[in-house]
Each structure stands twice: as structure tokens, then as C-alpha cells.
Design a protein around this ligand. Structure first.
Ligand SMILES: [Zn+2]
Length: 66
């Protein structure tokens, strides 16, 4: 039972999760972790703004052209 190690690992997934880069399994595991981890929720809240900004950039590039 290496839950302690896995927990450390899953903390580092917050960035990838915010960007939607996690595999289904990892995403589910992270969401389960998120429910009990205030630190990751706080970090995710901060990263959500970054992810939105990145999405806006991408939309501008690939969005309806002029
Ligand atoms: Zn965490």
C-alpha cells in the first residue's frame, strides 16, 4: 500500500488536469483526490484562469477566421 506515494504523485497532476491533459484513469483518480485535498483545489482555482487564458489564445488562432 503505497498510498502515500501515490498521493504525492497525484498532487503534481493538478496542472495537467487543469489543461485537460490527463488520461481518463488519471483524471478520475485526481478528481477523487481533489474532493479531499484543499491544497489541490486552491491550486486548481489558480490554474483555471491560466487554462482559460490558454484556451482563449488557441480559440483566437483556430477560431472563425477573418
Ligand atoms: Zn492534492
Amino acid at each position: 500500500m503505497d498510498e502515500q506515494d501515490e498521493h504525492t504523485d497525484v498532487h503534481t497532476d493538478v496542472g495537467a488536469y487543469a489543461l485537460g491533459l490527463l488520461e481518463e484513469d488519471d483524471r478520475r483518480a485526481f478528481e477523487a483526490h481533489l474532493a479531499g485535498c484543499a491544497a489541490c483545489r486552491a491550486e486548481l482555482a489558480g490554474l483555471a484562469g491560466v487554462a482559460d487564458a490558454l484556451r482563449d489564445v488557441r480559440d483566437e488562432r483556430t477560431g472563425p477566421g477573418r
